[in-house]
Design a protein around this ligand. Structure first.
Ligand SMILES: [Zn+2]
Length: 323
């Protein structure tokens, strides 16, 4: 990607079929940025990287952007194997730990009722309420300590000075690294070419506004990052033009909110009934349905906060939005 910055694409067994990881020159070795999930394929990729492009220099530290399994999955394995520190945000560490320690916590009637009240079907509700177990299958146990980094910190890697940024909306307190001198941003999943990062409301924070946080984060990224920076994301290809891409993503969400408002003016709709409005081109299995639903709800909560829509009857068994 640049002198002393390597990029590897690791397969994922999902519709989104890969994740990008980066290796950054760190003096006498390599710092690793993100890991892939914990499965045999990913471990095998790392073995090949270590015996190939990374051979002959030590691993110095592991930096993890956020707690999703495709980014933190092998953190425990890599840090233990090389006896290196895990560097991440406090929220990433604690969310991963929390889900790992209590994978069944979402499988409770309280959460089930939440999804059913928004009109989600029983099968998709089952998927979303048992997601903690899926998570655990993709994540190796975290090390017992970590090095916290937060927005505003500086990290020197090799000869480069990076500043730590954090963004919200896709995952809370997602860590990004920016080298101002070279106009180089490791953006993780905050800004991605071609796909819109998933922004979802989860049952543990039913009134949360991740879309509002995400849009604010895009605005602050545009203010902090040189417009034509090279952006190295967690998925898809590296690209130039962060400001253009951030504007496209902002417009995309504005269009989705307008589509929801239009649909609700014809007839009030539950969050689940709004899924086909935003995802009409896909036939969704229960797994995809649960993600699509949670993304729709993010738009609904954003519109509720801004006054663009309201519930028809807050005491109804199934909540329906009207605009
Ligand atoms: Zn990701």
């Amino acid at each position: 990607m640049a002198p002393g910055i390597l990029w590897a694409r690791i397969p994922l067994p999902f519709r989104l079929n890969h994740v990008n990881v980066y290796m950054i020159d760190d003096g006498d070795g390599w710092a690793i940025f993100d890991t892939g999930i914990d499965d045999a394929t990913t471990r095998n990729v790392w073995e090949h990287l270590l015996a190939g492009p990374l051979y002959g220099r030590r691993i110095t530290r592991l930096i993890v952007s956020h707690f999703h399994p495709d980014h933190i999955g092998l953190a425990g394995w890599l840090t233990q194997r090389f006896d290196v520190p895990l560097v991440t945000t406090q929220t990433s560490y604690l969310l991963c730990l929390n889900t790992s320690l209590s994978p069944g916590a979402l499988d409770a009637q309280f959460y089930r009722d939440f999804y059913l009240r928004h009109g989600l079907g029983a099968e998709a509700t089952q998927v979303v309420c048992t997601r903690g177990h899926d998570y655990l299958r993709m994540v190796s146990p975290l090390p017992q300590t970590f090095f916290r980094r937060a927005a505003g910190d500086a990290i020197a890697l090799g000869g480069r000075a990076f500043s730590v940024l954090s963004g919200d909306g896709h995952a809370p307190e997602q860590l990004m690294l920016y080298c101002a001198e070279e106009e180089l941003l490791l953006a993780a999943d905050q800004v991605i070419a071609k796909i819109s990062p998933n922004v979802s409301v989860w049952a543990v924070e039913p009134d949360g506004d991740p879309l509002g946080l995400y849009l604010r984060s895009l605005t602050s990224l545009k203010a902090q990052i040189a417009a034509n920076s090279l952006v190295l994301s967690g998925h898809q290809l590296p690209f130039y033009g962060l400001v253009t891409r951030a504007d496209e993503l902002t417009d995309h969400h504005a269009r989705r909110c307008r589509a929801i408002a239009d649909a609700c003016r014809i007839a009030p709709k539950s969050a689940a009934e709004l899924v086909p409005v935003l995802f009409s081109h896909l036939s969704l299995d229960p797994h995809q349905m649960s993600f699509a639903f949670s993304e729709v709800l993010a738009h609904v909560n954003f519109m509720l906060r801004s006054g663009a829509a309201c519930w028809l009857d807050e005491s109804a068994d199934v909540l329906r939005l009207t605009a």
